[in-house]
Design a protein around this ligand. Structure first.
Ligand code: GLU
Length: 460
């Protein structure tokens, strides 16, 4: 059996990290099994769906490298198919028209609640042998209800939650088509999962209540249901369900804030799945290791500091040539023109940055005039060091512009003035890059441009 998985987001808000994790796992499972990953946009809630939300889904997936092999398919474009499936259900006698009005349904619900019963449709319009149905009211268009099996249980071995069994008597007859003939959500999902030959449904556990109903529809149509894995919720840092209503950012915002796709994939992979104690891994390792046997059973909590830490590890591991174009893109937005030094500057600074934005902030110091506050100046550029700084400036004017030669100049100045390295390095760092917290001085100077360094040191 060839594995076929799907991600089926509803474009009713900007998908956040918690949502996209429901794409990562089916994608990884399909990839790791040599299977097929399908993207299906569930846009039947036309009131709440938007093209902007679809764009965030597509862009976010592209950014993270979660490319579908098939799709995107849009449910709104499959309406004819669902109507045909509804007719098929009618032809097979699997559904019946129900004329109960909304007011009657509400009254029924209230009676049941008052009797402390679970509110459910009572089967008034369900045909049974020998049963007299009420007279069909005039001018009322019926909904179509699915004849849920009576008695017995619906059971499945959930890959996350283990065995789940629901008594059929707890499930009432689901509406599969509205009075105007439009099919309902649970029905469309089953038709799609059948047509798309989905073998594994990996989705959020907010759908676990839909599953027994969907399984019954699968079987009624003559299909065995797929394997299900219901992923626990992702909580935000406050321990609430992650949602854009309480501040979750769109997936693409993380890209714009300078996170690496590799870092985010690594972080999300661990948010609900584990491989021993491994915290940092590449996409390839993840795909080698991923299976449905090590999915976490409890809710995962988002942790911004951990995401930053994971991203920082991927920043360190990233090739300078990969980081440089990302920094160049941030530069472009800032009106700075990079040059051929940029990859080497990235290499020098990437260890201290958790995002490409932070890296661009650092790299910027090599391309823009630096600001040194009067306070810093007074603290580090004292009368005692000024002659040494001038001496260094003079020597750097003519020395070969490489690390070894620059190191020699620095040593010579220290010898001549009797200063200790930090006494000279602090003011030089401050003047050249505007901060005393830089990587090693010779490397910083070698990557700076000679005229700029000399001019900045002369400014002491
Ligand atoms: N469209 C549903 C959602 O966004 C997912 C349905 C499914 O995966 O079956 O929550």
């Amino acid at each position: 059996m060839k594995v076929r998985t799907r991600f089926a987001p509803s474009p009713t808000g900007f998908i956040h990290l918690g949502n996209i994790r429901s794409a990562l796992y089916p994608w990884a499972f399909a990839r790791s099994q040599g299977g097929t990953f399908i993207l299906r946009i569930e846009d039947t809630d036309q009131e709440r769906s938007s093209q902007e939300a679809v764009d965030v889904i597509l862009e976010g997936m592209r950014w993270l490298g979660l490319d579908p092999d098939e799709g995107p398919f849009y449910q709104m474009q499959r309406m004819d198919r669902y109507r045909e499936a509804v007719r098929d259900m009618q032809d097979k006698g699997l559904v019946y028209p129900c004329y109960m009005s909304v007011a009657d349904l509400d009254a029924l619900r209230e009676r049941q609640m008052a009797n402390k019963e679970k509110p459910r449709y009572d089967g008034t319009w369900r045909p049974e042998p020998g049963k007299q149905l009420p007279p069909v009211p005039e001018g009322v268009k019926p909904v179509l209800r699915f004849k849920n099996p009576v008695g017995g249980v619906v059971a499945w071995d959930d890959k996350v939650k283990g065995r789940i069994e629901i008594g059929n008597d707890e499930l009432d007859d689901l509406v599969i088509a509205r009075p105007d003939g439009t099919p309902t959500y649970n029905f469309c999902v089953v038709v799609d999962d059948i047509d798309m030959r989905i073998t594994h449904v990996i989705r959020g556990d907010d759908h676990v209540n839909n599953t027994p109903r969907q399984i019954n529809i699968f079987r009624a149509l003559g299909y065995e249901p797929p394997v299900f894995a219901h992923l626990p919720t992702v909580l935000n840092e406050q321990g609430e369900k992650m949602s854009k209503r309480n501040g979750a950012k769109a997936v693409t915002a993380w890209r714009d804030e300078g996170f690496l796709a590799e870092g985010v994939v690594n972080y999300l992979a661990r948010l609900g799945w584990s491989h021993g104690d491994d915290e940092i891994f590449s996409r390839e390792q993840f795909l080698q290791w991923f299976n449905l046997d090590h999915l976490g059973k409890s809710a995962a909590q988002f942790d911004d500091a951990k995401l930053r830490w994971v991203n920082a590890q991927h920043m360190k591991a990233a090739a300078d040539e990969v980081l440089a174009p990302m920094v160049a893109a941030h530069f472009k937005a800032r009106g700075i023109t990079p040059d051929e030094r940029l990859p080497r500057i990235c290499g020098l600074l990437k260890d201290r940055c958790d995002t490409t934005i932070a890296l661009a902030d650092w790299c910027e110091r090599f391309y823009k005039p630096v600001q040194v506050s009067a306070e810093e100046r007074a603290k580090h550029i004292t009368e005692g060091v000024r002659p040494a700084v001038s001496m260094l400036a003079k020597m750097l004017e003519s020395v070969a512009w490489d690390k070894a030669a620059i190191t020699e100049c620095i040593k010579e100045v220290l010898r001549a003035t009797g200063l200790k390295m930090p006494q000279l390095a602090m003011p030089v760092r401050l003047l050249v890059l505007g901060t005393t917290q830089t990587p090693s001085l010779d490397a910083v100077l070698a990557l700076s441009d000679r005229e700029t360094v000399v001019a900045r040191l002369q400014d002491a």
